[in-house]
Design a protein around this ligand. Structure first.
Ligand code: IVH
Length: 670
């Protein structure tokens, strides 16, 4: 290649990369996947390596990245900002109610507050003594960013409330959004109204936020002092009395058929609204019933989002890649010709698993319909077989792991008596490269050790450089080497060191979760940690392979115990736990709790009246107690309902365990 041609190519690539930096950091709207981005970067770095006359101030070899608008101050939400689970049809709604009836142990009638679900960015506003004190973004639901000044520029948000009935301390939550007509004016800068709202809210300078017309609709409260409200619909009415905008389409309905009818009408009407709506939210109207039902780990039991039909588009399959996940699952991914679906450019779509490809007979070169619903990964729903060329060939799923070359298997499920749809690489130790890297990524992820500054890309890089192989290596990094890497330096290396140091103090539950054992997710890690004293007792159990004792825990079954046995049949995993235990400072949160039932364990037998097992269990847990499923010496109370199992009661008495009735449990709780 001629020198000029090379320089031109090089400059173009740099421009391209900087465009993507802007999209990612400023517009919150990345168009490339991480690996596509890395590839682009690599092309530039390789050119520089090959031709030493290449030089550019914006080269990735000189810059860490495009600077984000600002790192905002962090704020821990007093009440988590959770998301809603989704329903798509009548069956989902019936199921939603069924779960409620099961939880309450009775079938009761209730009304729903029905509210349009505006597709924007949720925000929380804390008012103290009738003044707006702090405004926060949702963030990850637990920790948000303080964006008070930016929120104050929105004219729908009152800064001082005059109304006498306004509570002394209340956190109001709602949606920040941009109207369709205002979006048209700035369309070329953002993919969709939602991104525009988010980008505008995250400007460093509130004056910039003011340039884009943002709106706010209020719909719920978070933290509230002396809550006197009885119904969600009353609260919405009160909100508008106080000067907040609420949605004029909010209504109250009392059964699923009415919900479906309203949804059907609204689905047509939504195109005439001047803002984007992606569904309806149904909330149980009674606030006391909401409180009783509470939350699962990520969404309320008392509300659901009934989504409108997802966006679809057709495109062509260019290639089928096989990704290997943390648990060894081989997931086929279709690389498709980039296509815009509802404002987002899609170039990858999941094909789920081997069976799915076979069932739909998806092939390279096929024209396919892709669906993208909300934040879910886009997936292929249909193949147009009429458009297939003569040379089209059935896709042959690899039988060997594309990462380590070992044989893969489809497991046989003893309960369903069927083979699993997913093919897996069972190379549990850290020999299979992809599994190992994915495990490391899991180890540092938000819900696990949550190491700031050690993202997925850095893990890939450190792996490639042989800096890390096992999780414990993260704590033995050589920062002198790191600071000399491209895009690093003294400051970044020091920051990384600090956040790694900080992550050493963590909870036992996060540690168990961080190991990435199949079937041991956040919930199971939590209940296991609550049933053991400390890390030493866990290591003892691991060494003696005594996982059967966990069968006593409500929620842990044979699947989990088998998985633990399997994971720790590998000595490398035992070694990892022992080494990490000596590095980390692990606290058992259960012993830090201070509820009335702290350190007490309970078990139920017989039918409880007026309350379901699930509700009773969560009541005990809310008060720092734990529940067991077998009578053992560890048990403190056996709670008996109607027709208790005689054997369990006799056994409890023989161990000297207190046998109590439900009203006595209530007394313990006051
Ligand atoms: S209630 C835990 N009400 O939907 C209760 N949310 O997936 C969640 N949203 O993050 C909030 N309209 O951004 C609620 N009338 C409405 C809503 C609404 C839109 C958004 C909100 C939330 C997401 C939940």
């Amino acid at each position: 290649m001629e020198r000029e041609v090379i320089i031109k190519k090089y400059n173009l690539k740099i421009e391209e990369l900087n465009e993507h930096n802007k999209l990612y950091y400023d517009k919150n709207n990345p168009k490339l996947t991480d690996s596509e981005y890395d590839k682009l970067k690599k092309v530039i770095l390789n050119l520089e390596k090959k031709y030493n006359f290449l030089d550019h101030e914006k080269s990735p070899s000189k810059n860490v990245g495009y600077k984000p608008s600002k790192s905002f101050e962090k704020y821990a939400h007093k009440v988590m900002m959770l998301s809603l689970s989704n329903a798509f049809d009548k069956k989902d709604l019936i199921n939603f109610e069924k779960k409620i009836f099961n939880y309450l142990n009775t079938k009761i009638k209730f009304d729903y507050s029905v509210e349009p679900k505006i597709d924007g960015i949720s925000a929380s506003l804390t008012y103290i003594d009738k003044k707006l004190k702090v405004g926060v973004s949702r963030g990850d639901g637990k920790i948000g960013e303080v964006i008070t000044e930016n929120l104050k520029t929105i004219s729908d948000i009152p800064i001082i409330i005059k109304n006498d009935s306004f509570p002394d301390e209340i956190e109001i939550r709602g949606e920040v959004f941009i109207k369709k007509k205002d979006f048209l004016k700035i369309k070329k800068n953002f993919a969709n109204p939602r991104n525009a709202a988010s980008g505008s809210l995250r400007q460093k300078d509130p004056k910039e936020t003011k340039k884009i017309a943002l709106n706010f609709i209020a719909y719920t409260y978070g933290n509230i002092k002396n809550n006197k409200f009885k119904l969600q619909s009353d609260f919405l009415r009160e909100l508008s009395k106080w000067g907040f905008k609420t949605n004029k389409h909010n209504t109250v309905l009392s059964n699923i058929d009415d919900l479906i009818k309203f949804h059907k009408d609204f689905e047509k009407k939504r195109f005439n609204l001047d803002y984007d709506v992606d569904g309806l939210v149904y909330k149980i109207n009674s606030l006391s019933l909401q409180k009783r039902l509470g939350f699962t780990s990520n969404s309320p039991r008392w509300a659901i989002a009934h989504k409108f039909l997802a966006d679809r588009a057709t495109t062509k399959v260019l290639k089928i890649d096989i990704q290997v996940g943390r648990t060894g699952a081989l997931t086929p991914v279709a690389k498709v010709e980039p296509v815009n679906i509802g404002g987002v450019v899609v170039s990858n779509a999941t094909l789920h698993n081997e069976d799915e490809i076979k069932r739909k007979d998806i092939r390279v070169g096929d024209e396919v319909t892709i669906e993208r619903a909300g934040d879910v990964i886009p997936h292929v729903i249909d193949v147009d077989k009429t458009k297939r060329g003569k040379n089209s060939q059935v896709f042959i799923f690899p039988k060997k792991c594309p990462s380590c070359g070992s044989n893969t298997i489809k497991e046989f499920n003893k309960i369903t008596k069927k083979y699993d749809a997913v093919r897996r690489c069972l190379n549990e130790s850290f020999i299979c490269e992809r599994i190992a890297i994915e495990k490391l990524k899991h180890f540092i992820s938000k819900e696990a050790l949550n190491i700031d500054g050690l993202g997925k890309k850095v893990i890939e890089k450190f792996w490639e450089l042989n800096f890390i192989k096992y999780p414990q290596d993260i704590f033995k990094l050589d920062y002198d080497k790191i600071k000399h890497l491209d895009g690093w330096g003294n400051l970044s290396a020091r920051n990384l060191k600090n956040s790694i140091e900080k992550s050493k103090t963590t909870s036992l539950q996060k540690f168990i979760y961080s190991l990435g054992i199949r079937h041991i997710g956040i919930e199971n890690a939590k209940i296991i940690s609550e049933n053991i004293k400390n890390i030493s007792s866990l290591i003892k159990i691991i060494k003696l392979k005594k996982f059967e004792r966990f069968l006593n825990i409500d929620g842990i079954g044979e699947t989990q115990v088998n998985s633990l046995n399997n994971f720790f049949s590998n000595n490398i995993n035992i070694k990892i736990v022992i080494e990490l235990a000596s590095i980390l400072n692990l606290e058992n949160q259960r012993f830090n709790k201070s509820g009335k039932l702290k350190d007490k364990s309970f078990m139920f037998t017989g039918k409880l009246s007026g309350i379901s097992r699930a509700e009773a269990k969560s009541l005990i847990e809310k008060n720092s107690g734990i529940t067991l499923t077998n009578v053992s010496k560890n048990l403190n109370y056996l709670v008996i309902g109607e027709n208790p199992t005689k054997r369990k009661v006799d056994q409890a008495i023989s161990y000297g365990i207190k046998v109590i009735k439900l009203d006595e449990l209530n007394k313990l709780l006051d």
